[in-house]
Design a protein around this ligand. Structure first.
Ligand code: FE2
Length: 156
């Protein structure tokens, strides 16, 4: 089953992104933030699928998307600080990936009042795929460097 199939099949009954132990980096502060980010992405998607047509719908969708995007930015700052402090060689590439994602999210947040539910769902799928791929692959690259740095810092 590919990513898209599993995502579509799981949307009605379960969380949009199922937290998977394989996402873990083994760095507690990062893992806690990743899990929280996944939960916020799920909140946004759940609000997108429920309460359609109610007065509160747009407000809830907007608020949950905004919370998710703001938290992602805070989390990226934390990661970037650690990557700089540990001299991670892939910092520039990783930061670029964060920046491109943030820009796309900010544009969507800005235009959320004018986009259709179908477009918002398309964006939610983009969020899911990006977060999934980033946590499962790109974030894994800094683990050895960050772990070594944090261990050395703790032993001083
Ligand atoms: Fe990252």
């Amino acid at each position: 089953m590919n990513l898209k199939t599993s995502m579509i099949q799981s949307t009605e009954k379960t969380d949009f992104i199922k937290w998977n132990p394989s996402y873990k980096t083994g760095i507690p502060v990062i893992d806690e933030q990743h899990e929280h980010l996944v939960n916020l992405c799920n909140d946004f998607y759940k609000n997108l699928l429920t309460n359609k047509g109610t007065d509160e719908y747009k407000k809830l969708v907007k608020e949950t998307l905004d919370t998710c995007v703001k938290y992602a930015a805070t989390h990226f700052q934390e990661e970037e600080k650690l990557m700089i402090a540990s001299n991670f060689s892939g910092y520039n590439e990783h930061k670029h990936s964060h920046d491109v994602f943030k820009e796309k999210c900010q544009d969507t947040c800005f235009n959320i009042d004018d986009i259709s539910v179908a477009e918002a769902i398309k964006f939610a799928k983009f969020l899911y795929e990006w977060i999934h791929n980033h946590i499962a692959h790109e974030d894994k690259l800094y683990i050895p460097t960050l772990k070594k740095f944090l261990q050395e810092r703790a032993s001083k």
